[in-house]
Design a protein around this ligand. Structure first.
Ligand SMILES: Nc1nc2c([nH]c(=O)n2[C@H]2C[C@H](O)[C@@H](COP(=O)(O)OP(=O)(O)OP(=O)(O)O)O2)c(=O)[nH]1
Ligand SMILES: [Mg+2]
Length: 132
């Protein structure tokens, strides 16, 4: 059984009801796909701490508060992930791709046009059914 990596993920929504997506670099696991920003929870770190750290490192946002949204375990052929997904509507600063990745603020209705990793399907479904 492979190790399951624990990932803190942010569904970040701005005042225009747009969601922040970032494109994963081609060489990464699930490369070329669009993702909700986030990354691995390190040892001795809570999910919230990881979320705050990753959103600063990846997209330059300062999270003020967040709330749990959903928890997904997914087995890729090469990797098992647990996505610990949080809603972030309270943040400061301007979003920037800090790792030279493409980022976009996307209206809810356009989410269906983006190519996400397989594990993300239930996230997009829940956003569309509960937040719109
Ligand atoms: N951030 C994020 N990761 C996702 C999403 N969907 C999905 O399957 N994943 C997977 C892809 C990766 O296997 C894993 C995230 O790990 P990562 O490699 O980005 O972790 P990280 O940002 O800490 O980067 P690093 O330590 O490898 O430098 O979760 C998503 O929407 N957002
Ligand atoms: Mg990441």
């Amino acid at each position: 059984m492979q190790k399951r990596i624990h990932v803190a993920v942010g569904v970040i929504i701005n005042q225009h009801q747009q969601i922040l997506l970032a494109k994963r670099h081609g060489h990464l696991h699930q490369g070329g796909k669009w993702e909700f920003p986030g990354g691995k929870v390190e040892e001795n770190e809570t999910v919230t701490e990881a979320l705050i750290r990753e959103l600063k490192e990846e997209v330059n946002l300062d999270v003020v508060s967040s709330s749990p949204f959903m928890d997904i375990s997914h087995n890729y052929p090469d990797k098992h992930v647990r996505l610990d997904i949080h809603l972030v509507t309270d943040f400061s600063n301007e979003a920037k791709g800090m790792e030279q990745q493409q980022i976009e603020w996307v209206p809810f209705s356009q989410l269906v046009d983006y190519d996400f990793p397989e594990a993300n399907k239930p996230i997009v479904d829940k956003i569309l059914s509960e937040l719109t």
